[in-house]
Write a protein that binds this ligand. Structure first.
Ligand code: AN7
Length: 366
């Protein structure tokens, strides 16, 4: 029997919410921080901007326990690692995977080693990995180098790899698609999301297909992925040796789930497209200032992508193809406070005024 999620069950975590769809059994030691069941927020301003009677929802994954969607996959990967008897976890990361792995390892009482591209991790994510007590190794290389090393070390049998090359991660992450269908009663027509290592787009597609097979939904969404223009191997169909983008979370040149992402896009009749750094940052500000949802730059790629689909004839999925009254879900993957540096740069210096009502009125501009 499938569970449905309701507010009173808010903190059950994805394994307890969807055990029948996950590779767990009664003997799996569940390591959870109450991840999942994240808000699916109807966005009136975004819907208005898209027009044509479309409804736009944002799935806000930034409110997971460590502030990103990675927690959904990590609860399953770490629980299974414990079940298999692993003594230590290892991952490569652009930041969020390491924050999540470190937290769940702490909770499981096992060691976590994280391999990171030196100087390329957003400050909040690095702070998290330190706070949770991970063993942190910074390398002179990029994420793709880090993942290569992790795969090598994983072969020794000393570590359980908790990157999305581990199928338990994908299994956990697909629960976000279940939640969307449980909440709105059917799959959306379009699902937009950022793409980095490409695990998440593959995971959502698995989730949508499974629920469809179980007749929980009547349709399948078109999956539309967005890469940063300087780190867009899937879009350009070639490995990018030196990926560059302000969206450090998706600064990946050789995604592990490349093939699965291509499959999801082709089978769902979706698309892969690119958004520029300027478009990403503009979308990040817009979403914060018009909908009250502050996300990290990588997450804003889905919103930048939505705008591109609406505004540009150049988009891989121009909205001319989108029927009126479509339901669109955009996943925003991580919290804005994880990566505040660029927002801080845009903040004007705050000059104190004297502590009088008159001067404060003046400063407000009244
Ligand atoms: C905020 O943490 O790859 O396409 O090592 O942190 O499933 O990789 C993060 C990826 C999107 C891309 N948004 O998801 C890592 C890492 C945020 C992210 C992605 C990431 P995938």
């Amino acid at each position: 029997m499938a569970s449905t999620t309701s507010k009173s069950e808010r903190n059950r975590g994805v394994i307890e919410s969807y055990p029948e769809f996950l590779p767990v059994s009664a003997s799996t030691p569940v390591v959870s921080l109450g991840e999942g069941n994240t808000p699916l927020i109807y966005c009136s301003q975004l819907s208005k901007r898209v027009g044509r009677g479309c409804e736009v929802f944002v799935k806000n994954e930034g409110v997971n326990p460590t502030g990103s969607f990675k927690d959904r996959g990590m609860t399953v990967a770490v629980s299974k690692a414990l079940e298999y008897g692993a003594k230590a976890l290892i991952c490569a990361s652009t930041g969020n995977t390491s924050a999540s792995a470190a937290a769940y390892a702490a909770r499981a009482g096992i060691l976590c080693v994280v391999i990171l591209p030196a100087g390329k991790i957003a400050i909040g994510k690095l702070v998290q990995a330190f706070a949770y007590g991970a063993k942190i190794i910074a390398i002179d290389g990029n994420f793709d180098d880090a993942l290569r090393i992790v795969r090598d070390l994983g072969e020794s049998g000393d570590f359980a790899i908790v990157n999305s090359v581990n199928p338990d991660r994908i299994a956990g992450q697909k629960t976000a698609a279940y939640e969307i269908i449980d909440e709105i009663g059917d799959a959306p027509d379009f699902h937009l999301l950022p793409v980095g290592n490409a695990g998440n787009i593959a995971a959502y597609w698995v989730g949508y297909q499974e629920y469809h097979a179980y007749k929980r939904s009547t349709k399948l969404p078109a999956m539309i992925g967005f890469q940063a223009a300087g780190a867009a191997p899937i879009f350009y169909n070639r490995i990018i040796e030196k990926p560059e983008t302000v969206a450090s979370a998706i600064r990946i040149g050789n995604p592990a789930s490349w093939k699965q992402a291509r499959g999801a896009i082709a089978k769902s009749r979706g698309a892969i497209d690119v958004v520029s750094d300027a478009e990403i940052l503009a979308a990040q500000s817009w979403l914060a200032q018009h909908e009250g949802i502050f996300v990290e730059p990588a997450s804003a790629a889905s919103i930048a992508g939505l705008f591109k689909c609406c505004d540009s004839g150049e988009a891989a999925y121009s909205f001319q193809k989108i029927p009126e009254a479509s339901r669109i879900v955009c996943t925003v993957t991580g919290h804005g406070l994880k990566d505040p540096d660029l927002t801080i740069q845009r903040m004007k210096e705050l000059k104190p005024v004297s502590a009088t009502t008159t001067d404060v009125r003046h400063a407000i501009g009244l």
